[in-house]
Design a protein around this ligand. Sequence first.
Ligand code: NG1
Length: 396
Amino acid sequence: MAHDSQEKQKYATAAADLLCSQFGPGSPNGFVSVPGRINLIGEHIDYHGLPVLPMALQRRVNIAFRARSDGQVRAISGCYGERQFSLCPDPQPGPPGDWSNYLKAAMQAVATRWKLTIGLDAAIVSDLPPAAGLSSSSALLVAFTLALLETNGFRPTVAELMDILPDGEQFVGTRGGGMDHAAVLACQSGCALRIQFDPLDLSAIPIPSGWSFLVAHSLTTAEKSGAVNAEYNARRTAGISGLQKLGLSSYREAIDRRSLGELTAFAGRLPDLESRSFLHVVTEAFRVQECLRALRREDIRDFGRLLTASHASLRDQLLVSHPSLDELVQSALDAGALGARLTGAGFGGCAIILSHMEDRDRLRGELANRYYARRSGFDPERHLFFAAPSAGALRA
Ligand code: NG1
């Protein structure tokens, strides 16, 4: 805890310094800090309204900001340079993949519910690797949303924010679900968050203190623009059309009313892509339920088995893995991990690796030798770190 607040202070100071060096002297009016997340289980099912189990990370997107009186927004990112635009409810997107689109997405989402009149200067400092499946884009979207709202005197609840944020992300072309926004807002320290949708129900699930999750970057990035967005959206479309062709009204109802065996048999009636998507979604939904039971029993082996099964389904059914992620997961298992899987949307990015706490340093060392020794560009601090179950932006 003390370490967490020291880290936050360090980034608050760095962001305030960047604000002054870029936009002139003066103290910030505010500071927001929003974590990234890993998803423990429940991948590519949030957009079908099914429960998921993410956990917030200690790595965060931090913004120091101060109000402007001329209705302009200026933002500087330590990594991506400066952007400027006018406050308005209906902004024009910049070029695909441009980071200002996340700021504009936040502005547009906020304007659907609140009236913004005061612009701001904002300085953004982050230690969250981008395009890695760790939700850096949603963390930026949420952080800028909170900065805009605070500047304009609004203090929203998690539920109010959840009404606008998942749809807001569509501005950048992703028809995603609400997992990331809920996780980065509402996770509690020491816990994962079970998220149920429609109606939103959030429940903190303690992570046993002897369990360790290592976050390992495959060194392949998955930029959320262009091709990856299209691939992601295609999985959603295939899942929905499979459901419709089977005459089922929703995944939730199907899972509540039918056995896994029945649903697996249904998949055989569908064409290839829809069949694979349907199979992934229903098996993953059952894995979420089993993982919750394993957590309650503190059964780390069963939890690990389910993680690895989830990876196999993402690789073989939904086809969202990447050869480098598959190799990383296999290296972790060969090194003695109890379970491993890609986390987030996939197509590159990170894997999570489960072990007992006492094995984690050995495992990290072995992975460095087995997977990273043969690759260039590996930075141990950025690419291989332990996940500390952390608090979301609006929680302690
Ligand atoms: P990442 O990997 O953080 O972009 C995306 C979606 C999630 C979820 C996962 C797959 C957004 C903002 N995030 O996460 O909602 O669908 O993929 O489980 O669209």
